[in-house]
Design a protein around this ligand. Sequence first.
Ligand SMILES: Nc1ncnc2c1ncn2[C@@H]1O[C@H](COP(=O)(O)OP(=O)(O)OP(=O)(O)O)[C@@H](O)[C@H]1O
Length: 253
Amino acid sequence: MSVATPTTATGVGLRFTETAMEYPDGTVALSGVDLTVEPGQFISVVGPSGCGKSTLLRLASRLEEHTAGEVAVDPSALAYVFQDATLLPWRSVRKNVGLFCELRGDGKADTARRVQEAIDLVGLTGFEDHFPHQLSGGMRMRVSVARCLTVDPGVFLFDEPFGALDEISRQKLNDDLQALFHDRKFAALFVTHSIAEAVYLSTEVVVMSGRPGKILDRVPIPFAYPRDPQIRYSEEFAHLCARISTSLAGKEH
Ligand SMILES: Nc1ncnc2c1ncn2[C@@H]1O[C@H](COP(=O)(O)OP(=O)(O)OP(=O)(O)O)[C@@H](O)[C@H]1O
């Protein structure tokens, strides 16, 4: 196992250079990953189960330390949305959304302003005093996204956040997320098992191989933001999905 170069700050959002990850038990999850995500780029990662997608996010967030190559992350706030909304059940929506501000020791007035702005942005106005058990799965994910927005993230990591939702809620959250991205222009790295979701949201879709995960294909998505939900039914959209599906199957185009 080679020694990794320490993570350093750069001007870009997030950069992996020849990044590899071998877990202590000898599992090589990733090998030779070169990927840059700049502000204004929304990059989705698709790949077979166990190919190292979540590992990539954990390396970006420093929850895990890479074992070779480099991972450079913008020093400005980093946000991580997990598959589970990870809310505190005894706290109201307002108190859950304000958690990071509280932990940072932000002033009360500033926190209240940031929290309300984030709640409004994710469409939860009027639900400020509800508790997590009073919300639908989609609403809980909105709270999770709002909590991240309060720190105004430069780099936004998403680990299949909408995978557990029904199709209609998922599409609505996709619509709102791409509008939010258009508005905020953060650097986004989004892991999903849904090719259609990846194409709809992203500026580029990265296809990974089976373990150890390597980048097999990169597919730029040409649609302008904000995106019309109807693009999902266009021929171009279908072509892009087919191309990604072919890459995932390891076939030539
Ligand atoms: N802490 C760990 N120790 C050892 N091996 C691990 C650890 N975490 C993950 N792995 C292994 O690393 C590989 C990549 O795991 P990872 O969770 O990143 O894959 P994934 O692409 O996100 O999978 P999925 O799509 O099923 O969520 C898998 O083989 C997994 O078993």
